[in-house]
Design a binder for this molecule. Structure first.
Ligand code: PGA
Length: 263
C-alpha cells in the first residue's frame, strides 16, 4: 500500500482528484469506480473545477458506483443516484449512458446484482476505484462479516452505518436498512484502489485497515491483498498508525524519485 498522509483533508481530496485525472490522461476511456458519502464530495468539486478549466475530459470515461440504497426512488435526494448527479454527473461531460449506479428499486434484486457485475465486466473492468472507509471498517456497504471474496449483492447496514448516515436523512429511522453493494471481491478486481479517509472519526478504522490483521470483521483489510492501493489520509485519520513516521518518510522519498523522473 502507498500510504500518503497529507497536511489536511482539503489536500487529501485534491490529491485524490489529481490521481483520478492522471488516470484519465493516461487512458481517456478509463472505467472509473466512484463512491458516495461526505468524504469524496470535495474530490468531486475539484474534478468539476478541472473540467471547467479545460484540464480534463470525461467524454470517453465510463463509471460504476459502489452501491445504492434499496427502496429509494432514483429521484429521492438521498439516493446515491441523485447524489452522484448533483455532486458530479450534472457538471461534467460523462455521457449519460456511460455512468452506472445499481438500481435500488427493482422487483428482482438478485438479477440486478448479476446484471451490475456483468456490466462491469462488459466494460472491461474498473481501472481506478475511489473508496471511502466506514467507521466500522466497511468499503462500499461491505459491513463487518462480509466475505472477502463477495460479489455484488444485498447487505444489511450496521447500526453504526445507520447512525453515521442519519445526518443525511435527518433521523436514523429514515435511513434505509438495506443496500446493493459491489462485493469485496468486485472491489479487489479494480486495477487501482484509491482510498480516501479523513478526520479523527476514521483513525481507528484506518489503523485496522493498514496495520491490523486481515479479517472479514474489518472488510477494508482485504485491500492488503491488492497490489495497487493508494491510501490518502489527513493527519487526524492517520493519528493511530503505528508506522506513521515511516509512511511519511517513504512517501517523501517516493516524491523525490517521482520528481527526478518527471512524473
Ligand atoms: P463518509 O462515508 O465519507 O460519509 O464518511 C464513508 C463510507 O461509509 O464509505
Amino acid at each position: 500500500m502507498r500510504v500518503i498522509i497529507e497536511t489536511d483533508a482539503e489536500t487529501a481530496c485534491i490529491s485524490a482528484a489529481r490521481i483520478i485525472c492522471d488516470q484519465i490522461h493516461k487512458k481517456p476511456n478509463s472505467v472509473l469506480g466512484l463512491a458516495t458519502g461526505g468524504t469524496p464530495t470535495r474530490c468531486y468539486q475539484e474534478l468539476i473545477r478541472r473540467f471547467q478549466n479545460g484540464e480534463i475530459d470525461f467524454s470517453q470515461t465510463r463509471s460504476f458506483n459502489l452501491d445504492e440504497y434499496i427502496g429509494l426512488p432514483e429521484e429521492h435526494p438521498e439516493s446515491y443516484h441523485a447524489f452522484m448527479k448533483a455532486q458530479l454527473f450534472d457538471h461534467v461531460n460523462i455521457p449519460a449512458g456511460n455512468w452506472h449506479v445499481p438500481k435500488g428499486l427493482t422487483d428482482d434484486l438478485t438479477r440486478e446484482c448479476e446484471r451490475y457485475e456483468a456490466a462491469i465486466t462488459a466494460e472491461g473492468g474498473i481501472d481506478i476505484q475511489l473508496l471511502g472507509l466506514g467507521r466500522d471498517g466497511h468499503i462500499g456497504f461491505n459491513e463487518p462479516g462480509s466475505s472477502l471474496a463477495s460479489r455484488t449483492r444485498v447487505k444489511h447496514l450496521t447500526m453504526q452505518t445507520i447512525a453515521d448516515n442519519a445526518r443525511f436523512f435527518g433521523s436514523e429511522e429514515l435511513v434505509p436498512r438495506l443496500a446493493i453493494t459491489m462485493g469485496v471481491g468486485t472491489i479487489l478486481d479494480a486495477g487501482h484502489c484509491l482510498m480516501l479517509a479523513t478526520g479523527a472519526g476514521k483513525a481507528e478504522a484506518v489503523a485496522a485497515m493498514i496495520e491490523g490483521p486481515v479479517s472479514a470483521s474489518v472488510p477494508a483489510t482485504a485491500l492488503q491483498f491488492h497490489r495497487n492501493v493508494t491510501v490518502l489520509l489527513d493527519q487526524d485519520a492517520a493519528k493511530l498508525l503505528k508506522h506513521g513516521d515511516y509512511y511519511r518518510m517513504s512517501e517523501n522519498a517516493q516524491r523525490i524519485i517521482d520528481n527526478s523522473m518527471g512524473v
